[in-house]
Design a binder for this molecule. Structure first.
Ligand code: DC
Length: 223
């Protein structure tokens, strides 16, 4: 068995499938790094909004991504150019803009470079949309998480409620459907299940059950 310092686990899927909650906990139990690539795309959208750069201005957003510094601290905070931006990444404005900036090739090239650099540092669980297909095509284990669209919207809505954001379930479902459409249809590295991924439908499953199933797959892979 290889030491966990070389493990590469890719978790992809649409919004609200449970990727980050599951990936974070799995990484913790395995004692390896967790990298939330969605947060990196969100940081680009957040910075553009902060600086008054129009989300639709591809050249300006790409330039902004070129020299951005994104860091994750052990306490799960996200830092952009030295500032803690964690609270700003889940606002409806960022959620709306992020799938637009994530379709820009220069933004993707830059972030994929940073993601691969993180994976070279040691064992990693990485979650996103294109990890198994593009970022880590040789990952040992690729999992594609899905769930019924209504359940995915409900999970995201509950998350937003808990953080004090009062959107209706219909608004969340609509935004999510729009984001999934853009993520699936974009030209570069769209959301897609890798041919060698294991599909896990999380509809009706508790978070703990999903984590246990993923851990069982990991044990099987590295036995
Ligand atoms: O997982 P999330 O909701 O935080 O992701 C935010 C957006 O970033 C999502 O709309 C798609 C994009 N994304 C991507 O294109 N590729 C990734 N590897 C991760 C996220």
């Amino acid at each position: 068995m290889r030491g966990n310092g070389r493990w590469q686990i890719a978790i992809d899927g649409p919004a609200g499938a449970g990727k980050s909650t599951v990936a974070k906990e799995v990484a913790k139990r395995l004692g390896i790094l967790y990298l939330d690539t969605g947060a990196m795309y969100r940081t680009i959208a957040y910075k553009a909004l902060q600086e008054g750069v129009p989300i639709g201005d591809e050249a300006a957003v790409s330039a902004l991504a070129e020299d951005i510094r994104i860091e994750f601290s052990a306490d799960e905070r996200v830092w952009c150019d030295g500032l803690d931006v964690t609270e700003g990444l889940r606002t409806p404005e960022v959620s709306k803009g992020v799938s637009v900036v994530a379709a820009y090739p220069a933004v993707r090239r830059r972030l994929v470079e940073l993601q691969r650099a993180e994976a070279r540092r040691g064992g990693v669980v990485m979650d996103g949309r294109d990890i198994g297909t593009h970022v880590l095509p040789h990952a040992d284990l690729k999992i594609f998480l899905t769930a019924d669209p209504l359940e995915r919207a409900r999970r995201r809505w509950l998350e937003l409620q808990r953080s004090g954001k009062n959107l209706t379930l219909e608004e969340v479902a609509q935004d999510m459907a729009e984001r999934d459409r853009r993520d699936t249809q974009r030209e570069m590295a769209p959301l897609e299940e890798a041919k060698d991924a294991i599909l896990l439908d999380t509809t009706g499953l508790s978070v703990e059950t999903i984590i246990e199933r993923v851990i069982a797959m990991v044990r099987e892979e590295y036995r």
